[in-house]
Design a protein around this ligand. Sequence first.
Ligand code: GTP
Length: 235
Amino acid sequence: MKPYKRILLKLSGEALAGDASQGINAKVIQQIASDLEEGLESGVQMGIVIGGGNIFRGVAASAQGMDRASSDYMGMLATVINALALQDALEKKGLATRVQTAIGMAEIAEPYIRRKAIRHLEKGRVVIFAAGTGNPYFTTDTAASLRAMEINADVIMKATKVDGIFDKDPKIHPDAKLYKELSYMDVLSKGLKVMDSTAISLCMDNKLPIITFNLTESGNIAKVIRGEKIGTIVK
Ligand code: GTP
């Protein structure tokens, strides 16, 4: 299989927290940066969308009675914190990065400008897209699908804590079966928890494949980038 030219990596906020489900774990973020450094040696261009769930969960707060729009904005700010932490870790490895935010905060980072993001990618910089889509009611998975489309990525790499998509929860059922390949329709009709339905539909309408893989296994990012078949591909 031919390696990818441009990839959009979706990292959840929890990925930065490690075993604790909250906060930013310095060791974990350094490990992710090392894995990315290894993966990027191939010269692939990479955009990253990062979530914020390790700092603030908008959906959970709104379930407890908080206004959904306000809690979503707090979640978007949380993604900016993670983006700056990831930028710092990547730059410590010597990787050139730019953070762009969907909500204007020019003192902190560049605003999201599609054509500028593409120029950064062409110059070999990792572009971290923060603040989701800038709109409440949209998840960071949807932001990942949207940015992937906008930068003409070949694929979305969705990093998770399990090996891919299973027919049932592998943490509860040891006999759960890993799917190697699924269609968008399979994911939607079976209600498989890969990304929310808005994100999946966007990928389906624009024929953008999604690879879900285990981030906690070191070296996996490089494998996916090289086009090795690990995890589950949705296409
Ligand atoms: P090229 O023009 O392609 O060389 O890109 P560049 O990003 O190196 O140039 P630019 O002069 O735009 O940016 C220099 C530095 O300033 C980079 O680290 C950018 O991330 C940062 N930067 C650019 N625009 C903004 C902004 O609006 N706000 C903040 N906080 N930083 C910015």
